[in-house]
Design a protein around this ligand. Structure first.
Ligand SMILES: NC(=O)c1ccc[n+]([C@@H]2O[C@H](COP(=O)([O-])OP(=O)(O)OC[C@H]3O[C@@H](n4cnc5c(N)ncnc54)[C@H](OP(=O)(O)O)[C@@H]3O)[C@@H](O)[C@H]2O)c1
Length: 237
């Protein structure tokens, strides 16, 4: 994608109405991208668009990242509105914050489908368009996809994202498509609302993670940054 000026470029971000996804969207808009963001809730997307003054360069698309028809529609709507696709950011995800031995399995299906199936569906739905632009795929994983934590079922979904990123890279690199896995440490976003409190210690801001995402996306053509793990100082594991 870096063969083109960023003013031409188009990115699609799942879960882009809040937290890290919204921070990435803001930065890309500032850099001259046209940006589509998805999320399940219309309200959140509308609030985000209104906060930015409803710019013409922002498209909001309601849809579930774990449902292939929704993902295909989102890719189609982005192409129809903006005419091309240079980057997808598989960012939508959440945690049930419980453990495999003591948690409530009722919450796991949606989490596994969103966190694991969702990125795979996005790759499948967008790869043809990305081949045309020699674009980039960004997967938002987690430090929890690199370290073991007792019972962490959310972490297991992020280990899957770590694997998906490299397996995808090995397939799509010969088509000129880059793949970046961004693995955030603890970051202050609505992710923690369902936990009931923020975790202890110093947290990153969503903007600080977005910095790394946009840095990796904006490397020169031919340069593929593959894995970026970003922790706040003070997070030991
Ligand atoms: N915050 C952290 O400490 C941290 C650390 C490591 C990794 N991460 C990862 O970073 C990513 C972004 O999370 P965040 O921290 O920015 O939290 P967030 O503000 O809660 O963002 C998650 C976004 O994903 C959307 N979403 C959730 N399920 C979806 C689905 N099935 N389909 C479409 N959209 C969906 C949510 O919107 P709706 O609910 O409206 O759909 C929300 O806008 C996640 O993958 C998370 O696992 C976060």
């Amino acid at each position: 994608m870096s063969e083109n000026k960023s003013g031409n470029q188009v990115a699609l971000i799942t879960g882009g109405g809040s937290g890290i996804g919204a921070a990435v969207a803001r930065r890309l808009l500032d850099a001259g991208y046209r940006v589509a963001v998805t999320g399940r809730g219309e309200e959140r997307l509308t609030a985000f668009a209104e906060e930015l003054g409803r710019p013409g360069e922002l498209l909001t698309i309601a849809g579930d990242t774990a449902v292939y028809d929704d993902v295909r529609s989102a890719v189609g709507a982005t192409l129809q509105e903006f005419g091309r696709l240079d980057a997808v950011v598989a960012n939508a995800g959440f945690a049930t914050h419980d453990t495999v031995a003591e948690g409530d399995p009722a919450g796991w299906t949606d989490m596994v489908l969103t966190n694991v199936l969702g990125p795979a569906l996005l790759i499948r739905a967008s790869v043809d368009a990305l081949k045309e632009t020699r674009g980039r795929i960004v997967l938002v994983g987690s430090v929890a996809g690199f370290v073991h934590t007792p019972g962490n079922i959310y972490g297991a979904t992020k280990w899957a994202v770590t694997g998906l990123a490299e397996n995808t890279r090995r397939q799509v690199t010969e088509w000129g498509v880059g793949v970046t896995l961004i693995a955030p440490g603890r970051t202050e976003t609505p992710f923690w609302d369902s936990y009931g409190s923020l975790p202890p210690g110093h947290l990153l801001t969503a903007d600080q993670i977005a910095d790394s995402v946009v840095w990796a996306m904006c490397r020169p053509a031919g340069v593929d940054v593959n894995t970026v793990v970003v922790r706040p100082v003070g997070q030991p594991v």
